[in-house]
Design a protein around this ligand. Sequence first.
Ligand SMILES: NC(=O)c1ccc[n+]([C@@H]2O[C@H](COP(=O)([O-])OP(=O)(O)OC[C@H]3O[C@@H](n4cnc5c(N)ncnc54)[C@H](OP(=O)(O)O)[C@@H]3O)[C@@H](O)[C@H]2O)c1
Length: 201
Amino acid sequence: MRIITVGGSGTIGRRLVPALRSRGHDVIVAGRTSGDVHVDLASPPTIEAMYREVPAVDAVVSIAAHGALDDFRTLTSEALHANMRAKFFGQAELVLAGQHHCADGASFTLTSGIFADQAWPHVTGGGAISGALHSFVLSAALELGRGMRVNVVSPTMIGDSVDAFGEQFPGMRPVPMNELVDHYVQCVEGDDTGRVIRAYG
Ligand SMILES: NC(=O)c1ccc[n+]([C@@H]2O[C@H](COP(=O)([O-])OP(=O)(O)OC[C@H]3O[C@@H](n4cnc5c(N)ncnc54)[C@H](OP(=O)(O)O)[C@@H]3O)[C@@H](O)[C@H]2O)c1
């Protein structure tokens, strides 16, 4: 399959891209400054331009753009909207625009996160983004045409990110990276659609 991975140079991408290539797939890496093709999930015109540059792919995997931490007592709706721009609206746009550019039967695999399901301090925006992605995928899967599929992988903190995030999220049990990579591969190669895959370790 010909696959675009948005964020393929990041922590998950660095492990997922070689796994997909080792299974014989042709993988194109996209990022704002990294990768083979440039795209910014916060900018819908760049998403359209990416699909024009790399048309008719068989799969799109998005592993890019974190939600920012926030403080509920000073949070504003403007800040919430800005936080949702890349990770929620950008990933939604990958599917909304992608349905007109990708090959018949193409799959979209998005990434959310555990805060959709688990309360934690300073992640009101992160939780809202991930919860919205879960709901988006359920309904989008019903209406996508031409045999296309859409799923979302919801990771907890990943084993490879404990050094980066472990202090922010003490006591959170990490998911092993190889387990997470298997979920993305299954989304690309399997038949599932409308699934929220909770990779919570
Ligand atoms: N790591 C974890 O423990 C963890 C846990 C739960 C959920 N997640 C979620 O998994 C996803 C990937 O996480 P990660 O840790 O692999 O991220 P990462 O290491 O920060 O890498 C992010 C990748 O995405 C690209 N990127 C960032 N912002 C972008 C944007 N606006 N448009 C296009 N590309 C963009 C980056 O490249 P450029 O800089 O070139 O754009 C980079 O290749 C994120 O949504 C994250 O919230 C991660």
